[in-house]
Design a protein around this ligand. Structure first.
Ligand SMILES: *Cc1c(COP(=O)(O)O)cnc(C)c1O
Length: 377
């Protein structure tokens, strides 16, 4: 949603578009909602969702920890004021020299999902704590994470056992139920898998202590989504059910849910046309597309709310596309987007819910278009 602060900023500063405007008050409210929803879980903000320094500084000052995917993200979190003890190197695919660099910076918590990666961590960060990521089905997620990360729970037992033998501290299990996960039950089977791994390791004399429950918390786009409180209750129920009264330490890693609804992109209509006189759909070309930051429209997975100044008028289905010379730069075509009949060249529009996964997904300079500019207010 465009907050009053965002609307006022756009009205007074009149930045030339396209650009993203992020309202820090919304980020703070989201952080507090997560803290209230899961008071016993540590919050590790997934930096990749939006690494703007102002966002990282705010979250660091509120006591957030950080899930980082690279040395560069670790350095950004530390520059924002986060001590190394509050940083997790959560990417399961790391160069050994990057592990060593993170270790030298003081980071001591690493993700692995295979013996080969655990061996790298043992060499480059001896004695570090590791958690093993397990696969989840991703079912119910609008942006599922496929089979790229994680291993089956039975393999996690072997990975953690080996990690301990290599001198690492086998600390726990992680998973990610898929991004924009609107099914409250999605955490249940993953927590069950985690509990199973805990029991198996315990039989081998290794006591795990941590369940990292990942991200997946949604942003409201066109449909309502459950509240943070509802996720909190559902996750707590899953922990109770599978761990009984021995509930482990837990971490959540919200990315989208922390910043998605805090940002709005202002864009401009560049062209409205048809492909034939009989064409039922109009084509609406914006000054932003897949290469300007809206990469999550891939396969039309994420459908952003679009606000125009003509929304009180009748609407007609439109194919929505970006300005670049790549034919892949079409946002919505399979399911055309209803936009006002009178929408015309030069109109400004707002694309809501764009605080996450936009600035960092913008190309460097494809077709000479500059990367997405951002104002954090
Ligand atoms: C991307 C990512 C997250 C954040 O996911 P969201 O769905 O945006 O909340 C959390 N943890 C890990 C390991 C990730 O890769």
């Amino acid at each position: 949603m465009a907050t009053q602060r965002i609307i006022d900023f756009l009205a007074t500063r009149r930045p030339t578009g396209p650009c993203l405007v992020v309202d820090l008050d919304v980020v703070e409210a989201n952080f507090n909602a997560f803290r209230r929803a899961l008071p016993d879980s540590a919050i590790y903000y997934a930096v990749k969702a939006n690494p703007a320094p102002e966002i990282l500084r705010l979250l660091a000052s509120l006591g957030s920890s950080f899930d980082c995917a690279s040395v560069a993200e670790i350095e950004m979190a530390m520059d924002a004021g986060a001590p190394a003890a509050r940083i997790s190197y959560g990417n399961t695919i790391k160069k050994e020299r990057d592990i060593a660099r993170a270790h030298a910076l003081g980071v001591s918590l690493f993700a692995v999902d295979c013996v080969e990666e655990a061996e790298k961590v043992a060499r480059a960060a001896p004695g570090a704590r590791v958690f093993c990521r397990v696969l989840t089905s991703g079912e119910g997620a609008e942006w599922p994470l496929s089979r790229k990360f994680g291993c089956v729970p039975a393999m996690a037992i072997a990975v953690l056992t080996r990690a301990e033998a290599l001198g690492l501290r086998a600390t726990g299990v992680s998973f990610h139920v898929g991004s924009q996960q609107c099914n409250l039950d999605a955490w249940d089977s993953a927590v069950a898998d985690a509990a199973m791994v805990f029991d198996a390791l315990s039989e081998r004399g290794i006591q795990l202590s941590l369940v990292n429950m990942g991200g997946g918390f949604p942003t409201r786009y066109l449909k309502d989504v459950p509240s943070a409180a509802e996720y909190g209750r559902s996750i707590f129920d899953a922990l109770r059910k599978h761990f009984g009264n021995r509930i482990p330490e837990t971490i959540i890693e919200p990315g989208r849910g922390m910043v998605g609804d805090a940002g709005v992109i202002k864009a401009e209509v560049v062209l409205v046309s048809k492909k034939s006189a009989a064409d039922e759909n109009r084509w609406v070309f914006l000054d932003i597309g897949k290469f300007g930051g809206l990469a999550e429209t891939m396969d039309e997975a994420i459908r952003y709310p679009i606000v125009t100044e003509r929304d009180h008028e009748a609407k007609t289905p439109c194919v929505l596309a970006g300005p670049t010379c790549d034919s892949a730069d079409v946002l919505y075509e399979k399911t055309p987007y209803p936009l006002p009949v009178s929408l015309t060249v030069g109109d400004e529009i707002l694309i809501e819910g764009t605080g996450a996964y936009t600035t960092t997904y913008a190309s460097v300079s494809f077709n000479g278009f500059e990367p997405l500019r951002a104002y954090v207010i």
